[in-house]
Ligand binder design. Sequence first.
Ligand code: ATP
Ligand code: MG
Length: 457
Amino acid sequence: MFSLNKIFDKLTIKKPRIRGHAINKASAANIIPRAEHSISRKQISPAALKVLYGLKEAGFDAYLVGGCVRDLLLGHEPKDFDVSTNASPEEVNKVFRRSQLIGRRFKLVHVRFGREIIEVATFRAPPQVEQHVDDAGRIMRDNVYGTLEQDAWRRDFTINALYYDITDFSIIDYTGGIADLKAGKIKLIGDVETRYREDPVRMLRAIRFVGKLGLVLDDETERLIPILAELLKDIPAARLFDESLKLYLAGNAAVTHELLCHYHVFEQLFPQTDELLHTEQDNYPRTLLMKALENTDKRIDEGKTITPAFLFAALLWEPVRQQWIQNVEQNIPIIPALQHAATDVVVEQVKRVAIPKRFTIVTRDIWALQPRLEQRTGKRAFRLLTHPKFRAAYDFLLLRTESGEELTELAEWWTQFQFSSESEQQVLVTNLGSTPGPKRKARRKRRKKPKPAAKSE
Ligand code: ATP
Ligand code: MG
């Protein structure tokens, strides 16, 4: 269908090198003319088109690149549109009034159109290119920047290195991305081990694209993941947090999670959970997590909001629960036993995946409310109902119940309680019996002491 052997003479330059490996077909590009591919301008966001035409009119080359071209060719709606150009960031900044320079080492430009942001990046050379060869001129003066061709080879996967050319609506393919897309393959560009070592996050990206696009990994791209997964240890926890969100909040969390486990990558991200997911005799931890992930996917599919805090509550519940049980066995009262367990697990987890406090606070609330949901007498149930995290905690209780914990009576009670009238609620609470004396005492103490919950059990 596509003509794969056309030579793109215009862009011929000397062969760039990646870590000493000369790239063979570096000076050839396949051009897929408009008639032979499915991308039409109607599918491209008007904002991205304005950026492409704006740069063109200012005398620069500009292309759509990356995920948007890939997704359009696959018939998916792109998440966002990225533009690649030979204009320097400063030049891009001058062309668009509503634009902003971002980043330090590799500057990017964000061009804003209402709420949409188009990210514009100047062609970049692969990291190991020592000498840049300047045929085209301008962009070569800073050796961080490169040519279109170099920009293609420094990208991660062949299917992510396709360029849509606004001048003739063709697609430019240096790395074999079109053939791989047709074959349904995700293939790392260049020497696989070198490219994973250069940036181990590419392993996470590979898995993410399998989950998201339903394509398969090319043999070598796949084979080396479990072997090199440990390299993820050296990646900053903040970056792994960003990647984890992308992995689990893209609408395919259940499948993606299975893939992460299969390729021994999950243990690098959530080691405490991993240990328990695969050693437990009963299915509870795995069932709970998979149910949570399937729910998350369903909510995303229905356009509902999701809170990452709930996701992390599910992801880390088993280590917290196990630690909680151990603490209680050591005679620590139930509520502080859970607090200590939560602290220990979160402190350990954020060393790997830097979940920000704004999420862990809510995650911890969801956990902390679990034993409190069991204390329904007196005014407690009414108070809990007004707790800002009640709904999340109740959903978490349902999740635990559905996963096999013996909490059915409790879960049903809360379901009934929250949807009843005030008088019915009174009856429900009264039927539980009145609050016994010692507990009231404990509550009074709770207000005064910094470690209140210790007395509540
Ligand atoms: P998504 O649909 O998730 O946005 P994407 O492929 O567009 O997928 P981005 O993170 O937006 O992913 O990156 C845009 C492009 O930048 C990629 O398509 C790829 O060409 C390049 N890229 C991103 N991360 C890397 C990396 N770690 N190494 C090399 N190239 C990368
Ligand atoms: Mg993208």
